[in-house]
Design a protein around this ligand. Structure first.
Ligand code: HEM
Ligand code: HEM
Length: 226
């Protein structure tokens, strides 16, 4: 058996920080009131994490790169028919790819609409002042209905899929997302996960966080305050 580093530390930290923030976002949205300030802060954190993950999809460790799990329809169909390739047991398999991209897109839509949303009580997204009232209502409607339901459905499906792989296919995906490694019969490349690549990830995330800070500030006028 070969031990392969699948998820580098930055990808694992990205995942667990994202999961915690999304849980916090659903809780703060439901509690409401002054917790909406934290809803916004957690939302900005999610945006910085998503931007980081997009950059990391090009420069990250082997199995975190989009090119390592970008499959066409024929590969998805072949996988569904039971023709799994050895690398499918290491990085994201073709079904995992669909779930990852769907989660990333739906999260990006949720944050983007959140930036323009208004609860008409005490909290308004930082960019709402830049667009018409109609756009604010549409963004809020999407954020509260379709977006929320899509996201919750995808997360439930995501966790169920992990359990199905564990119990039915006897494949422990969770272990690799916690500790980073998988044991496989075929020799396959390990993801780079050195001190310098981790430092690079930290720098990329810092730049993404600065970009989010800048975007959030765009809607601030002297009269609208913080
Ligand atoms: C991925 C990130 C986000 C998630 C998962 C999320 C999730 C949610 C959920 C589940 C609701 C409750 C809808 C309801 O049932 O009433 C909500 C409401 C809201 N969110 Fe977000 N949100 C995110 C980002 C943001 C951001 C960045 C902002 C703005 C800074 C924002 C602003 C709001 C507002 C203003 C509401 C209240 C809408 C209303 O009740 O009228 N959200 N969000
Ligand atoms: C709100 C909660 C969650 C969100 C938004 C989320 C999102 C994601 C995303 C975007 C990925 C792709 C990782 C990447 O390539 O960067 C992923 C992978 C993964 N997630 Fe989650 N996740 C959540 C909760 C969970 C939970 C609770 C578990 C544990 C049961 C979990 C276990 C995993 C595992 C094992 C993978 C790797 C799957 C594979 O090997 O293909 N996630 N998740």
């Amino acid at each position: 058996m070969h031990t392969i580093r699948v998820w580098d530390l930055p990808t694992r930290l990205f995942h667990w920080a994202l999961a915690l923030c999304v849980i916090g976002l659903v809780v703060t949205a439901n509690v409401g009131g002054s917790w909406m300030i934290w809803h916004g802060r957690l939302g900005y954190t999610v945006l910085s994490l998503l931007l980081f993950r997009i950059v990391w999809g090009f420069v990250g460790g082997h199995w975190s790169r989009f090119s390592s799990f970008l499959y066409g329809p024929s590969a998805v169909l072949a996988y569904l028919r039971g023709n799994a390739r050895p690398e499918h047991r290491v990085g994201h398999n073709p079904l995992g790819m669909l779930s990852v991209f769907a989660l990333l897109v739906v999260l990006l839509l949720q944050v983007s609409t959140g930036l323009f949303a208004d609860d008409e009580i005490a909290f308004t997204g930082p960019l709402a002042s830049l667009v018409s009232g109609d756009t604010v209502s549409q963004a809020t409607r999407y954020h509260k209905s379709v977006g929320k339901l899509l996201l919750i459905a995808l997360v439930v499906l995501h966790v169920l899929a992990i359990l199905v792989y564990k119990w039915i296919k006897k494949d422990n995906l969770l272990g690799a997302m916690v500790l980073g490694d998988k044991q496989v019969a075929t020799p396959l490349p390990s993801a780079r996960d050195s001190a310098s690549s981790r430092l690079l990830a930290l720098l990329i995330w810092a730049v993404c966080a600065a970009a989010v800070y800048w975007v959030v500030g765009l809607g601030q006028t002297p009269s609208s305050g913080g």
